[in-house]
Write a protein that binds this ligand. Structure first.
Ligand code: NDP
Length: 298
């Protein structure tokens, strides 16, 4: 059976390191890392994510502010708030919870965030830095950055000689994931809904990342023996075995079938998910260190 990659444990390590880094920054420079989380509307899933981000920030000893705006907030009002946060020296990281209501142009909002406070890594400047291999100064989107740490734990930092297949080409997961794997010297293929013979392609991968949003799509016979499988997907499916109307979370990978073949696999829940919030804390600390002229921890 494959090793189950314990994302919760690794995320705890990342959060503990962020807390230590924050304590040191406060002691040496009198700077407290500050994060602002902005949410527009009352989408229940978004509310849960935002609450857990704020809670984790407090756990790290960060200054944390949450702006909860009504669903009918105008784009101009949101841009004005971001302008204020950009100018606020106590804030080092700004996160706007997506999706935004339809009447607001998400792209315009994201591009209005100061790239130096863009701890989600979605601003064109940070996307461009990652794309050109400037990973030391970019903010890298949290989910792929967290996935990369899990891969490092199994395969080390240098992936020379290994093939990687990323299934999914979104701007927030698939593309940055592929760029990170490339920066670590893997030979990378990005697959998507138009890719022919996806099972055959996946079977070539020493490192297989699934970021699709289709429950348990990746089957056991898609997995190369010994491969490292990173399941980014979070899908809620019916679970009648737990009682009427009950649901459960599954990934994009059929975990049991993949675990019979792979060398290591991330579970869902408990794999990539906890890493995403942990990396948000790590990115905020990095931002505060850069602002204070201190070398960020690696
Ligand atoms: P998107 O919907 O933006 O992208 C999905 C990608 O999967 C697209 O590139 C799409 O291809 C591809 N795809 C869809 N169907 C197929 C198929 N049948 N075969 C091959 N490729 C396919 O999703 P995200 O990248 O935002 O998220 C992916 C998953 O990761 C979701 O389950 C999401 O919930 C989860 N997620 C988890 C996070 C975490 O913290 N763990 C954070 C962010 C996301 P095409 O471009 O051709 O349409």
């Amino acid at each position: 059976m494959a090793e189950k990659i314990d994302g919760r444990k690794v995320a705890e390590d990342v959060v503990a390191a962020a807390k230590t880094g924050a304590d040191r920054l406060k002691a040496e420079k009198g700077v407290v890392p500050g994060i602002a989380v902005v949410i527009v509307g009352t989408d229940p899933a978004s509310q849960v994510y935002v609450a857990s981000k704020s809670k984790k920030a407090k756990e790290c000893g960060f200054h944390s502010v949450q702006h909860e705006l009504a669903a009918d907030t105008s784009e101009a009002a949101l841009l004005s708030l971001i302008g204020d946060l950009n100018a606020d020296p106590a804030i080092h990281g700004i996160l706007v919870q997506l999706p935004l209501p339809d009447h607001i142009d998400s792209g315009r909002v994201i591009q209005s965030i100061d790239p130096d406070k863009d701890v989600d890594g979605f601003h064109f400047i940070n996307v461009g830095k990652l794309g050109t291999g400037e990973t030391d100064t970019a903010f890298v989107p949290c989910t792929p950055a967290g996935s990369m740490i899990l891969i490092e734990r199994v395969r080390g930092r240098d992936l020379s000689g290994l093939t990687a297949v990323v299934v999914g080409r979104s701007n927030i997961v698939g593309k940055p994931m592929a760029n990170l794997l490339l920066a670590a010297n893997a030979t990378v293929t990005i697959a998507h809904s138009r890719t022919p013979d996806l099972p055959g392609l996946c079977r070539t991968a020493d490192i297989l990342v699934a970021a699709v949003g289709r429950p348990q799509m990746v089957k056991g016979d898609w997995v190369k023996p010994g491969a490292t499988v990173i399941d980014v997907g979070i899908n809620r499916i019916a679970a009648p075995e737990r009682g009427e109307g009950k649901t459960r979370l599954v990934g994009d990978v059929d975990y049991d079938a993949a675990a019979a073949v792979a060398g290591a696999v991330t579970p869902v829940p408990g794999g990539v998910g906890p890493m995403t919030i942990a990396m948000l804390m790590a990115n905020t600390l990095v931002s505060a260190c850069r602002r204070a002229g201190v070398e960020p921890p690696r």
